[in-house]
Design a binder for this molecule. Structure first.
Ligand SMILES: *Cc1c(COP(=O)(O)O)cnc(C)c1O
Length: 380
């Protein structure tokens, strides 16, 4: 049996006619960027995430970059985030000439540790650093612990950019991911829970002022064309992407429920196989919704050997992420070393993402767990 980590074709099959019709309509109209589909998608994502404003942009990376630009982040400022995330979370800080401060993660959720965040922010502010923003990441589809994070931010007047790129539809204590901080950043990269036919992203914003700034900054900082109030970037969202995403957004509830069902089935299967002492399953915080963009387990030993064995058995798995950002070559100058962020470094060695997508069959899941079990019975 072959089980891919992700099977985009399986989903496409179920909506092919609708997607082709929507794309054809855009082609026939020849309105290619920032048209009615983009504004439609903005309204729909804003409504879905319970946010007052949505601004379509070219990628999740740009959503982060534009959020920070709208907050005036630049040289001389610092921004705090987690080292255990996709590159662009910290990349967007560096691109604005600001300094990244990393704070280690919680070992169970892999999200930024709120206690450590509070201590770090206190320390930096005391030392006279200008910490302008915090970027909590809702990793794998589960919200960071936003209550204490927002309290810490408010205490010091720092803004909060939620990196919700993996977490559309996730909730934290009844609140939608992306609706809690000053802005929320979403990615429509094809492997995300709602993915386009290419790149795309969205910023959700609490205030009209921030929303208008992002709206201007995505088109080179102008409101009236060719009259530039700010220096922005080109981050227009394509109509074809928006049209396809609007089709997909209609199914988000079903697809999220299917991901949750996959997670529940994995849990049952791992328990039945007696593997939960060796394989630590994702810890979903009670009262919050985990949308399982990834189903990430952790094994204390032999993670790489397990991955190789699964590949040999036809089961694709992935490591998110093998090198925490504080140890990336490009961030050398920040002065972090091996051992600076022990929880993230450990996670980088022990975590493994197993296949998950809404169309994943129970038979395939059983095969995945059977293969994991076979590896550990051989490995002893
Ligand atoms: C995917 C992702 C991004 C970037 O989104 P792109 O659309 O690929 O630019 C940022 N942060 C996280 C956590 C992501 O998973």
């Amino acid at each position: 049996m072959k089980v891919n980590p992700l099977d985009l074709k399986a989903q496409y099959k179920t909506i092919r006619d609708e997607i082709l019709k929507a794309v054809q309509k855009v082609c026939d109209s020849q309105w290619c960027v920032l048209g009615e589909n983009v504004s439609g998608l903005e309204a729909e994502v804003a409504a879905f995430t319970n946010s007052p404003h949505g601004i379509g942009v070219a990628s999740g990376t740009d959503a982060l970059l534009l959020s920070l630009m709208a907050m005036g982040v630049g040289p001389g400022d610092s921004v705090i985030t987690t080292p255990y995330t996709f590159f662009s979370t910290a990349g967007s800080i560096a691109r604005l000439g600001a300094k990244t401060i990393f704070v280690d993660i919680d070992p169970l959720t892999y999200n930024i540790n709120p206690g450590a965040l509070s201590a770090e922010l206190d320390k930096r502010v005391k030392a006279g650093e200008k910490v302008k923003a915090i970027i909590p990441v809702h990793l794998y589809g589960q919200c960071a612990d936003m209550g204490p994070i927002m309290a810490t931010a408010r205490k010091h007047g720092a803004r909060v950019v939620e990196d919700a790129c993996q977490a559309i539809g996730a909730t934290h204590k009844g609140k939608q991911a992306g609706s809690i901080g000053d802005t929320g950043c979403f990615s429509f990269y094809p492997s995300k829970n709602i993915g386009g036919l290419g790149d795309g992203g969205m910023v959700t914003a609490r205030t009209k002022k921030t929303a208008e700034l992002v709206r201007m900054l995505r088109v080179h900082g102008c409101k009236d064309r060719y009259y530039h109030k700010y220096v922005g970037i080109n981050s227009r969202l394509d109509e074809i992407q928006a049209a396809a995403l609007r089709v997909k957004l209609k199914y988000i509830e079903d697809w999220t429920a299917a991901r949750e069902a996959c997670a529940a089935l994995y849990e049952g299967l791992f328990e039945k196989a007696g593997l939960t002492d060796i394989v630590r399953l994702p810890a979903a915080t009670p009262g919050s919704r985990h949308v399982y963009n990834q189903y990430v387990v952790s094994v204390e030993k032999k993670r790489d050997a397990l991955k190789d064995y699964l590949a040999k058995e036809g089961v694709g798995s992935a490591i998110y992420y093998p090198v925490p950002l504080h140890l990336q070559e490009c961030f050398k100058e920040l002065g972090y070393r091996k051992g600076s962020m022990p929880v993230s470094e450990r996670a980088a060695k022990e975590t493994l993402a197993l296949p998950i997508y809404p169309e994943l069959s129970a038979a395939k899941q059983r095969y995945v767990v059977k293969s994991v079990a076979a590896f550990f019975s051989k490995a002893g």
